[in-house]
Design a protein around this ligand. Structure first.
Ligand code: NAD
Ligand code: MG
Length: 390
């Protein structure tokens, strides 16, 4: 039996991952599952899949988790150290699906096992890509991308030579505000930003899709994971979300990956890799769909993409600062402290101040350095919100 763990099992990616696993009884032994405050869901997942341990990220939720697991043989644990301990428990396949930079340390710990890390947590690569890849190489671990665009690129590259790749195109649906004029974006509400036209995802990534910060993170993720030069990576708005990415080769050929907008495609590919197995996803009827449309992204209404290009040019700890400032900006927007357009203003202001202070182009030598930059960017962003500078 394959031993597997799922970090962030109560989230959108986590639930989809467990759905695939539950459909194949007898094939998997579940080691660790993790969640946040939703301990009832976590406990019921752990019971249904007979996990060894269930971990909540929050110490104060431990009594409730213990109570929910009472009478079972499943261990209950809580907090950051428990997450890292659980990530070190022997497993053949580990899903990293915590949202935010909180997923970095457990993912890093999981790599030490030298097995396979299925990586949905794009923030890990944005904040600490080179460190993560070096850690994987050191321990002989494999990272498989789970973000749909990156899974698509990975699939399109199968059997190809990296030096023959000319460019990579990742698509963006354009999110909830694809067609909104700039003036209207100022007053956009959290409820409006939380409705994705095509994908059902967690609230944070859905709002990041509306602001294009999700695509900004994915640009950096593409550079870090595959090692392409920033100028080789393009973003293309594709409202139907059926073409997930395209890889262009030196002879002008473009290999596109198409599939229904269902994350079980990318999760299942990582779960079954290098094989392909049946997946419970919709089959596309292209004659019925009729048309696919594409357009260039608008960097005036959505400055996140321009900021991502600056981050890629700077390198070093710029990605960590960018992601951290973005997480605080998103908290501020969800909490009603700042408006929709102020999120990008805040991230830009934090990056400018931090690079003026100490430069962001180097210093990404250790996880501690990266997390130090992360903490500094968060503090600065919070201060800018609190003092009304944004
Ligand atoms: P979600 O909000 O639905 O779930 C997040 C999970 O992380 C939950 O289990 C939650 O309990 C846990 N969590 C939240 N904060 C935590 C913390 N501080 N410490 C430990 N655990 C914490 O998110 P999601 O949409 O499933 O996304 C998960 C990750 O996958 C993100 O990095 C996201 O960018 C990426 N991703 C998601 C999708 C998607 O379709 N949802 C697609 C591509 C990539
Ligand atoms: Mg994606």
């Amino acid at each position: 039996m394959r031993r597997i763990s799922v970090f962030g099992s109560t989230g959108s990616i986590g639930v989809n991952t467990l759905d695939l696993i539950a459909r194949r009884p007898g094939e998997f032994q579940v080691v660790a599952l993790s969640g946040g405050r939703n301990v009832d869901l976590l406990a019921s997942q752990a019971r249904a899949l007979r996990a060894e341990v269930a971990v909540t990220a929050h110490e104060e939720c431990l009594p409730a988790l213990r109570a929910a697991l009472h009478g079972s043989e499943i261990e209950a644990a809580a907090g950051k150290a428990a997450l890292i301990e659980a990530a070190g428990r022997p497993a053949d396949w580990i899903m990293s699906a915590i949202v935010g930079v909180a997923g970095l340390a457990p993912g890093f710990a999981a790599l030490k096992q030298g097995t396979t890390l299925a990586l949905a947590n794009k923030e890990s690569l944005v904040a600490a890509g080179p460190l993560l890849l070096a850690e994987a190489a050191r321990h002989g671990a494999r990272i498989l991308p789970v973000d749909s665009e990156h899974s698509a690129v990975f699939q399109a590259l199968t059997g190809e030579r990296m030096e023959e790749v000319e460019r990579v195109i990742i698509t963006a649906s354009g999110g909830a505000f694809r067609d909104w004029p700039y003036e209207r974006l100022k007053g956009a509400t959290v409820a409006e930003a939380s409705c994705h036209p095509n994908w059902a995802m967690g609230q944070r990534i859905t709002i990041d899709s509306a602001s294009m910060f999700n695509k900004a993170l994915e640009l950096i993720e593409t550079k870090e994971f595959f090692g392409f030069a920033p100028e080789q990576i393009e973003v293309l708005v594709h409202p139907e979300s059926l073409v997930h990415a395209l890889v262009g080769f030196r002879d002008g050929a473009l290999m596109a990956h198409l599939g229904a907008p269902d994350m079980r495609h990318a999760i299942g590919y990582a779960l079954n890799w290098p094989a392909r197995r049946d997946l419970p996803v919709e089959r596309l009827d292209l004659a019925k769909i009729g048309q696919l449309s594409f357009r260039a992204p608008d960097e005036t209404r959505f400055p996140a993409l321009r900021l991502a290009r600056e981050v890629m040019a700077t390198g070093g700890t710029a990605g960590a600062a960018f992601n951290a400032a973005k997480e605080i900006a998103l908290d501020g927007f969800i909490g009603g402290q700042i408006g929709f357009l102020a999120m990008a203003e805040l991230v830009e202001a934090v990056l400018a101040q931090m690079s003026a202070r100490q430069g962001l182009g180097n210093d990404a030598r250790s996880l501690d350095n990266v997390m130090g930059t992360d903490a500094e960017a968060r503090a600065l962003a919070r201060e800018m919100i609190a003092t009304g500078r944004i």
